[in-house]
Design a binder for this molecule. Sequence first.
Ligand code: MGD
Ligand code: MGD
Ligand code: MO
Length: 696
Amino acid sequence: MKELDADPDRVRMPLVRRNGTLAPATWDEAFAEIERRLMPIVREHGRNAVAVYLGNPSAHSLALGMYGQVFLRALGSRNIYSASTVDQMPKQVSGGLMFGTVLSVPVPDLDRTDYLLMLGANPFESNGSLMTAPDVPGRLRAIRERGGKVVVIDPRRTRTATAATEHHFIRPGTDAYFLFGLVHVLFAERLVRLGKLREHTAGVEEVERLAQPFTPDAVAARTGIAAGVVRRLARELVAAPRAAVYGRIGTCTQEFGTLASWLVDVVNVLSGHLDEPGGAMFTRAAAGSPHTRGTPGRGKGVRFGRWQSRVRGAPEIFGELPAACLAEEIETPGDGQIRALVTIAGNPILSTPNGARLDRAVASLDFMVSLDIYVNETTRHADVVLPGLSPLEQSHCDVVLRQLAIRNVVTYSPTVFPVPDGQQPEWQTLLRLAGIVAGQGPSADTGALDDFVVMQRIDHEVGSPASPVHGRDGGDILQALAPRRGPERILDLMLRTGPYGDAFGARPDGLRLGALEAAPHGIDLGALEPRIPEVLRTPSGKIELAPERLVADVARLQAGLPRTGNGMVLVGRRDLRSNNSWMHNLRVLVKGDARCTLHLHPTDAARLRLGTGDVARVTSRAGTIDVPVEVTDAVMPGVVSVPHGWGHDAPGSRLSIAAAHAGANSNRLADELALDPLSGNAILNGIPVTIEAARA
Ligand SMILES: Nc1nc2c(c(=O)[nH]1)N[C@H]1C(S)=C(S)[C@@H](COP(=O)(O)OP(=O)(O)OC[C@H]3O[C@@H](n4cnc5c(=O)[nH]c(N)nc54)[C@H](O)[C@@H]3O)O[C@H]1N2
Ligand SMILES: Nc1nc2c(c(=O)[nH]1)N[C@H]1C(S)=C(S)[C@@H](COP(=O)(O)OP(=O)(O)OC[C@H]3O[C@@H](n4cnc5c(=O)[nH]c(N)nc54)[C@H](O)[C@@H]3O)O[C@H]1N2
Ligand SMILES: [Mo]
């Protein structure tokens, strides 16, 4: 935190491109430049000509999360892209279809479980993900200490796997087969335990029928996990009084991402562990959760595929398009071509497939604006860079990830340092951008816009029959939120109208931001509690175990069952001292041995005549990179691993320390044409590659 705060390379004032280079400018100059360059594009080519890419930190920042949406609504473009389609979109789709909202994702009740089956996750490096808690490694160790069991399925023997009771290598991209194998055994051996979920679950017979071909023997050949292990794990899962299955990056960013994500929860349901203490449960977050809103137990369900991307016809997904389509939408002429791009806290040239192609595409844009704290591989192409703040200069409440917390908790951190002179909070930056694209010019009154934004939210609350403030006077509520402004005002409104809220006086002991400010260590709202059927928002009011769109994709899975390819495939990995692409300019995190290496199994190394320290040339359909080899039996034979987020050698970026630890961009190998069809998610694991020695 200190190094990030003090980093001299961090951008602290707006930059505007003048004669080809990014030069310091005032905020007024920067917004004037955006007005001057962006609005003619909108007028001449329409709103879809402006694309937005939202990066990962926009899900972790109050300002970006709340006001990013305001900007998107004001812009009104269909060309919205985000890191979600190189990450968790498959889980959002499967959970949405099964349980009814875009964030209906059950999380393992880590502190009470006796048995955790974990696929494609490495919390000893990542500390979790769709499972939010401090010290996840400690909590995993505690499972074993209380006599429980942790089973890890991963093509690499990770630190998490080493600390687990049991680890099995799996051929990348085959988790759906393995999980269907478990489902097959549950039915074949009459182990299905629906318990109290029986009356709330539809589609059980359909799942039984679908699982027929996926016998333990059939899936063993495909996955590399022996049939006996599949049978035993299925029996153990059911026998364990409290058990949960959890899948993460490795199960999402792959060929069958949505099917694998679905089957994780199918197994949770069939083994009797969904919505049970110690099983896979739904968090009841203090703010922002879609499944604490509306009518309990029933809803509209989720909608996606409402339109298609222009060039490839890829599906719209919860209001956005697959990030892997961005380059072609910039490159391909015609009506609706992207001519301008706004990136918000993202580095898609390193994070999304075929980075080299995207790099060229982005360089060809007519205009680009980036909200970021660095000039990096992506933002170096911007015509205007609008700086964010150091984390110590921003208040924080992780509204999104708390919705996946393993306990109902809420915390709020005020700013540590004031906003320095000449800088401004990002919510104001986003409001000024919203003002520009709404046609109000470059100097819109952000105070008035902010009042308008909060009033819209208040109107929505008082007009919603399910809201605890339904029918109240909106003006009174606005008054009660004074003198707060910006994200704090919206957060207070969300907390007070949320499931624990004070409902502006109706529940006097209820939650409000003031209570959080008085509780610097946060407020514990208790252990997770069973929430079915109340949590459901499907049109049927049931858990949809066999949603039509998922069922339709099973044919594709079945078609691949006999496949036996024995070529090399690439997977990724994370490291504790790295965070995607943007923590590499901090000396404390990059010192020591190089992190960006190719993990190669000894038998493959011998065959390829490569040793530790040699440089390998790795080639896929999409591209080629050279990476130093690290021979290790921690990776499965036939599988190699390179971490993503490296490749800091681009001219024009301003990352002096990262440049000295450049590494290679593994996403030059990821294929932008290969998507999980249901979610539009990129396939970042299980990429076919060839490997040879790089010529010196
Ligand atoms: N091959 C492969 N590729 C992957 C993955 C993988 O496992 N394998 N993982 C994927 C996943 S899970 C993710 S989430 C994506 C991440 O993809 P991205 O979000 O595109 O990339 P990040 O590296 O997280 O970039 C975050 C950016 O936000 C900036 N930033 C940080 N804090 C702030 C702030 O407060 N305000 C502003 N304005 N900017 C800020 C940083 O400087 C950086 O440029 O990568 C994906 N790519
Ligand atoms: N230190 C650190 N922490 C982070 C991040 C970071 O970059 N660094 N990134 C954050 C972000 S944005 C996210 S989304 C989370 C991700 O959180 P995790 O998913 O826990 O993170 P990974 O370490 O990428 O773990 C994915 C694992 O999947 C394995 N894998 C690859 N392919 C397959 C497959 O086909 N099947 C199976 N079963 N496994 C496979 C990989 O070998 C890897 O061990 O981490 C977050 N936390
Ligand atoms: Mo992520």
